[in-house]
Design a protein around this ligand. Structure first.
Ligand SMILES: NC(=O)c1ccc[n+]([C@@H]2O[C@H](COP(=O)([O-])OP(=O)(O)OC[C@H]3O[C@@H](n4cnc5c(N)ncnc54)[C@H](OP(=O)(O)O)[C@@H]3O)[C@@H](O)[C@H]2O)c1
Length: 185
């Protein structure tokens, strides 16, 4: 980055997907999927795919809840995987600071859990898969300890009110690409 305009070429998704289907047919992969696909891109893919994508990996966390895309994926049987589930803590993209947010801290305190566990438990209760990243052994362990407790209805209602803002804004100075998400929210 920054990219020169000539280095950007249209994405030939039909050919790429045909090659991925071939990998699947050859037994080289169990499943094939996509990332950062909008509903519009999925609709296009599904119009010619003979093997539908098993998964769509997208930004998702309490500050970017992906309600529309999730509903679409659910209707089409596509699993959603949430990347940056902790809001990409500590990176330059961490604009929403969800682990330092008063609400996540309050909910965590009420359950005797950490803010990260609240964020991950919320994702679990949404029925999506998620990929928190940590290089720290204690935090890796902490991130797995989310299966023997649950959030309350009141917690969900409050989390539903969290201001929504996408971190990865393609089509901006930071990501000078065409809008990957086709204007969808
Ligand atoms: N498909 C895509 O376009 C795309 C885009 C972005 C990211 N991703 C993928 O998504 C995965 C994770 O996303 P991400 O790295 O952006 O963000 P993330 O998982 O939301 O945040 C990672 C950060 O959170 C910290 N962390 C982890 N567990 C924690 C805990 N329990 N308490 C406090 N801090 C904790 C980590 O630090 P420590 O290591 O110090 O614990 C790390 O700095 C990665 O595998 C990445 O490759 C995919």
């Amino acid at each position: 980055m920054p990219y020169s305009e000539e280095s950007l070429v249209p994405f030939d998704v039909k050919s790429v997907w045909a090659a991925m289907e071939e990998c699947h047919k050859l037994g080289l992969t169990k499943s094939i999927g996509v990332s950062n696909f909008s509903c519009k891109k999925l609709e296009n893919l599904l119009s010619f795919a003979t093997i539908p994508p098993s998964v769509n990996q997208v930004e998702m966390n309490i500050a970017w809840q992906q309600k529309n895309l999730r509903a679409y994926c659910k209707a089409k049987g596509i699993i959603v995987t949430a990347y940056s589930p902790l809001g990409a803590k500590g990176s330059k993209w961490d604009i929403n600071q969800i682990l330092d947010n008063e609400l996540t801290k309050q909910i965590a305190q009420a359950h005797g859990k950490t803010a990260a566990q609240v964020c991950l438990r919320w994702l679990f209760e949404q029925g999506v898969t998620f990929i928190p990243k940590s290089y720290n052994k204690e935090r890796l362990k902490e991130n797995l300890e989310i299966f023997d407790w649950s959030l309350t209805k009141d917690d969900h209602e409050k989390i539903n009110q969290v201001k929504q803002e996408r971190m990865f804004k393609y089509g901006t100075a930071a990501f000078p690409l065409p809008d990957l998400f086709d204007g969808e929210t």
